[in-house]
Design a protein around this ligand. Sequence first.
Ligand code: DQA
Length: 156
Amino acid sequence: MLFAAMIQPFSMKTILIINGPNLNMLGLREPEIYGTLTLSEIEGQCRQSAQELGFTIDVRQSNHEGVLIDWVQEAVLGNYAGLIINAGAYTHTSIALHDALKILRIPIVEVHLSDPKQRESFRHHSYTEPLAKAVFKGEGLSGYIKALHFLAQKPL
Ligand code: DQA
């Protein structure tokens, strides 16, 4: 009995990765800006890195603002070790997403494949940045990998 109580069920910590609108089109979408990797290729690389760091990942993508908010709310009630978010264009427009992220108690890392601050002025403001513990931008896939390392507290 005592022995059984000492053996804790092994549960790997999970990091939630939320991708916003048009990121499902990576590979086809403006490759000169976003590169040629598809979202599922990015997911595969993240899965491998996460595994090396002792984490699992839950990767999602939606084109719908409300769905992204539902997933953030799910994370409020869930058991995630952290959130990596690339909200796509909603980064620059969504006060609702900002409000949802404000409720989260787990660390948030913002990622962008491109560097929005080096692009059109309408991309310069981020509603997610004030809530993020770190932002990785302009580094393509590496930004996601660095975000995983950041959440694992193991800098690359
Ligand atoms: C993006 C940058 C945003 O400005 C843009 O709307 C995107 C992608 C990026 O990953 O570089 O959809 O978030």
